[in-house]
Every structure is written in structure tokens, then in C-alpha cells.
Ligand binder design. Sequence first.
Ligand code: GDP
Length: 367
Amino acid sequence: MKDMPQCIGCGTTIQTEDKNAPGYAPAATLEKEEIICQRCFRLKNYNELQPVSLTDDDFLRILNGLGTQKGLIVKIVDIFDFNGSWLPGLHRFVGNNPVLLIANKADLLPKSVKKQKVINWLKREAKALGLKPIDVLLVSAHKGSGMEEAIEAIENYRNGQDVFVVGCTNVGKSTFINRIIKRATGAGDIITTSYFPGTTLDMIEIPLEDGQAIYDTPGIINHHQMAHYLDPSELKYIMPKKEIKPKVFQLNPAQTLFIGALARFDFIKGERAAFTVHIANELIIHRTKLENADELYENHKGELLSPPTKQHMDALPKLVRHEFSIKEAKTDIVFSGLGWITIQDPNVVIAAYAPEGVEVQVRPSLI
Ligand code: GDP
């Protein structure tokens, strides 16, 4: 059989037999110089996702290959979903290769936040999570800020070797790589980017001038993220597109906040305290009395409390309660993929509710 070409969108090998498998393109397109698989074609043109059967084992297999290569690993995380996009096991895959940590989506953080403060925070958190990056950078692949510095750092640290870009789905890896390609070639949007998690398949090779290459590895699906429990049509409401405007609530104990029907936050014990909510600006927060919260949720989920809408409410796992006793002021309660609530005052007891399977984490305040 002759070698089949690769899709210019996602890098997967083109096949013409199975419409439901990755890489499908109609046979007629094989005549073309640049071939794009049907899935990428649709994504580009309609922003519509076709389900493909790519298992966790496939990702593991590809990642396992990383340890056997020599080169610079560029690990991209989403600053808005730091914990959810971290890829905890990565150090097991990278062997002795240096890791450059790049936090993307800096444009979502309030402008008042100092970049260096965030970088210091990232360094501390990375260390606590067992990773010793060679350097830590903060960028916005979307806006382009910090990208020159990132490209320079990659060039410096790769030492003439290949570069492997890894990250969880949705961290903006394709956007990041598109920026690099655009700078190198002047061409835009060669790799598929989209709202949907999990759209980059197989490794994409981008040749560098010295004969080495940048490899875009597949995005790893992190099942703890909120995005995997939502209908794609509702993802756009939870993923912020602009600078987050923090919302401050002064709460008395026995008060509750609902973030749509997706999350709930109970202030259980403590003095009257300030809580700052960092989520997409479009999401609506409802404040109520703790004693009314259960009933409010049951009667109004999918309507007053949305997203999700009533139509998609059934797909959302039930909310699970996590109770925390917080001693330190300035502590974040993170709802993976949705955002976080900063507890500004010390010595409070709170309960955070998230859909079953979505992680809730506690960390020193990012901002
Ligand atoms: P991938 O799955 O990691 O390849 O991520 P994509 O590049 O497809 O991006 C996922 C989503 O994040 C898309 O909706 C992008 O528009 C968005 N995105 C990517 N980079 C940035 C960024 O720097 N800032 C913001 N606000 N959004 C970004």
C-alpha cells in the first residue's frame, strides 16, 4: 500500500475507508496537494466536532515515546485551569529531558495582577507538584503577549535539539504552535484550533531551520475538567474569552452561592468574610440562604440556575459536597475548568459542590 499523506489540520494519517475513524477524507481529496481530514474540515468550517475513538491508552503510548527521545519538553498549562490542566504524571514520561513550563491564557487574568507574582506562584506550585522546570513563562498565545520571549526561550533551551510540546486538551496548544508557525512562515492557522477539548490527534511535525523539529503531541484528556461533563454548545459559557472581572461577595455564615447549576459554595462557619469569585464574566452567580439552597437547586436547576439548560441538565452528574476548614487568609477553592473562589479571610469552614468527577482543590491564592 502506498504511504498515505497526513492531514494538515491534525497530523493524523489520512484514510479513505472508515468515515467514523480518525483521518477520514473522501478518496477524491487525495488528488489535492494539501489534504485535510473531514473532521478538521468540519471543525474549521462549522466548528462541529465529530466523535472519534481515541483511547487513553493511545495517549499513554504516544507520551511514553517521549522519554525515549532527546529534546526540550515544552509543557503548556492553562493559567485559568492550572490544576485541571497540570498533567500530574508528566515527570514519569520525560526522562532526563529539560521541561520548560509555559502558562497560557494570561489575558484572562485581571490586568492589575503582576506578571512576576504569577510566575513566582507558578514556580512554587510546580515545585510542590514535583516538577523542576528549567524556566517558567506566562504568555497569551491568543493575544501574542509573551510569545517573543517564549520563542526565544525555546530556542535557547533546546540546545539544537527537537522540541516536544505537551499539554492537556484545551490549554491552547494549537494556538501556541500556530503562533510559532506564523512567525516562521508568515502563514496563519495551519493547525486546527477550536473550542472543543481533544481535537489534536497524533504528533504533528514542524520542521526547524537546523534540521530539528517541533512536535505537537496529542492533547491529553483530563477527565477531571468540567468541560467533559458539558454539552459542547454550553462550553462557550464557562470558558472565559476576556479578562475576568472578579466579583466580591461579603457573606455571613449560612449563606450560599450558586454558579449556574454547575457549582455551589456554602459558607458554613466563621466571621462575616469576603469571597472573590473568578469565573467567566457571563456566568450568573446566585446568592441564597444555606437553609434554602437544596430546594432552590432542585426547583430551579436548568432555568434560573443555568448553564446547563434544562435540555442538558440530565447529562450533568449530580453535585458532590467537599467540606474544607480553611485556616489561612487568601486561599483559593478551585472548581476544575470553571474557575475559583478566593477566601480572603482566615478561619472559615466552607463546602464546595461540583459535579461528580470534577475535582475541587485548595491552593494558596493565585491573585
Ligand atoms: P488545544 O486543545 O490545547 O490545542 O487548544 P486550542 O489551541 O484549540 O485552544 C483551546 C481554546 O482556548 C480555544 O477556544 C482558544 O481560542 C482558546 N485559547 C487559546 N489560547 C488562548 C489564550 O492565550 N487566551 C485565551 N483567552 N484563550 C485562548
